[in-house]
Design a protein around this ligand. Sequence first.
Ligand SMILES: Cc1cn([C@H]2C[C@H](O)[C@@H](COP(=O)(O)OP(=O)(O)OP(=O)(O)O)O2)c(=O)[nH]c1=O
Length: 677
Amino acid sequence: MVLNPVISKLAGKLVVLASASPRRQEILSNAGLRFELVPSWFKETLDKGLFKAPHEYAVETAKQKALEVARRMPFKHLKTPDIVIGADTIVTVDGMILEKPVDKQDAYRMLSSLSGKEHSVFTGVAIILCHEKENDEVDYQLVHFYEETKVKFADLSEDMLWEYINSGEPMDKAGGYGIQALGGMLVEYVHGDFLNVVGFPLNHFCKQLDMIYNRLELESGSVHNNGTHLILTQPSPNLPALSKHSSSSGPRPKSPSASQTNGTQSSPSDSPIHKVKRKDTESEVGESSWTLVNSLSKHTDDAETELRDSENTKLPPTTSRGHMIGHNLTEPEDSGPKKEELQRIIELMDGFKASKALFTASEMCVFDLLQSQPGLDAAQVAQEIKASEKGTECLLEACVSLGLLKSKERKYQRPVYKNTDLAKRFLRSDAPFSLHGYIQHCNNTVWPLFSHLESAVREGSNQHEKAFGKKSKDVFQDTFYNSQEIKLRFMNAMHSIAKVTGKAIATAFDLSRFKTACDLGGCTGAMAYEFTKAHPGLSVTVFDLPAVVEMSEHFHPLHTDNRVSFVAGDFFKDELPKADLYILARILHDWPDEKVHILLNKIADASTPGCAVLIAETMLDGQTAYSTLQSLNMLAQTEGLERTESQYADLLNKHGFGDTCVIHTKNFLDAVIAVKM
Ligand SMILES: Cc1cn([C@H]2C[C@H](O)[C@@H](COP(=O)(O)OP(=O)(O)OP(=O)(O)O)O2)c(=O)[nH]c1=O
């Protein structure tokens, strides 16, 4: 790939974007980068007073975001990424750092301080290179940089300000505006990288990767590039590729990029260093970083991130084609498969085994048993679940390795087992956020359908006939609601997903102006219940097929709230209940565009101007494994597919719904709202 040789070099690596920002996801996926999304849990609360310049704050926050994910993944995701990317965007004006507004007043304060003035947008970026060592420890190398763009706002009238704030756009954006959308209308000029304002300086990032992977003639140390402080980490001496080179005693080549610039170069010994202790907030911040290398044992939750003495991180002499990392890039001959390469492939090949182990343990109620009787050994569990001892032991051990169970070794006795926090929260059938129902659906319905994925891909249609021997004209009427048992299982699945995602969807937008809502295909009412809980002035009618409404009583004890009511009907055929807001949660992805148009047309007919449609779906924009695999799921299971934000906006526009606003909830589902014009 001539256009982007670096991005293509990352192709075989597990690249992780430690960000929930939809803009960053879009910029990087548009550039062709394949990555996994693991939003950082780092809370952006560093003391701004500690930093000499605003960009240092952005860089430090970016580092902490990336580090949190790099440290969490080996424990919580049971895999070590190759590269973790973190970023933080801030706006600075009159010596103030503006982040995301906390409410409308805050947005007003920020936007009025920007009115008629030039300000700077800084994005700090951290790239963490992770190297798993033979002893299961992980070495980290940190590369970080920042980019500044100047933006000038026009004079903003009060009306303009409030109209913009009421659009909802400012709320998740630094400085309270989005230059890429409505906020673009406020801007007189931009000096510098536009994408940097949107949240990610792509050009600088690619240059930085190029430095890392194609470090031709580049001398160690920090380099000033186009006025932007570009910092390179020094490679870890214990990386295999580098230790190979470290025996070489050839002279280091001179860095033309360094000598052409007027920035000062630093050496390992004179460069201040970032010290990162165990707790994220305990970071000490220096002027620029040289190297952060730490060894983190996979098996200790409390592992301390250590600073390696800069004296110890001597740059190994490079060959004339020295590279910083990745011996597959540097070694002249292929020395065979690398552990991490193989690990990635094996993880993918074994994915189905892990799923099935989870399904089986869940189906056999292992998590419920160990919740009520923690500390049983394999023989005791086997007896309770009426299974073989040998099989039970294998299953329990697999669950331990998958992070679902914990085992405790005992002297001269067999180990005992108990649930991990993850199992307690999501796998027990009686947990408030239990996914037990959804797991059963995955095991009994999705699994058989996926075993015919190849046919689904060839034919472009669902596989109910092959998997269940039944032809289905309408998957819901003919398959899911065909027998009481399957119907109940399907409803349980929808119920558990709605409980887990409901609050995030219900609170994604300000819905205070709506008095009535209709949750089309609202199944057991779990989502409707979350809406009434979040909005005291709202009543919700759940509209679903008679077969579903009749069974929803089964779930009714949950709905103590009399603002949730049920109406039976077919949304393709029957008149829809009147409402100010129509909710479509995981509905449109079941249907092809033709059918979506029929439904949206009916909603449009039932709506007056000001009414709205709220769609909750997994959007394809981030190209995450979750969303693309979910699209395969829809292929194998339904007549529909997952769509992108703009596809939903187009569908809605065609029926007179505009002013579209999208929220990525950091949960399974994203939300789009559009208003009848
Ligand atoms: C100034 C500006 C910012 N932004 C966005 C980019 C970032 O998403 C956000 C700044 O907040 P950040 O804290 O940088 O990022 P985030 O919270 O969205 O995501 P994460 O911390 O998980 O990485 O503001 C725009 O979309 N357009 C703009 O014009």
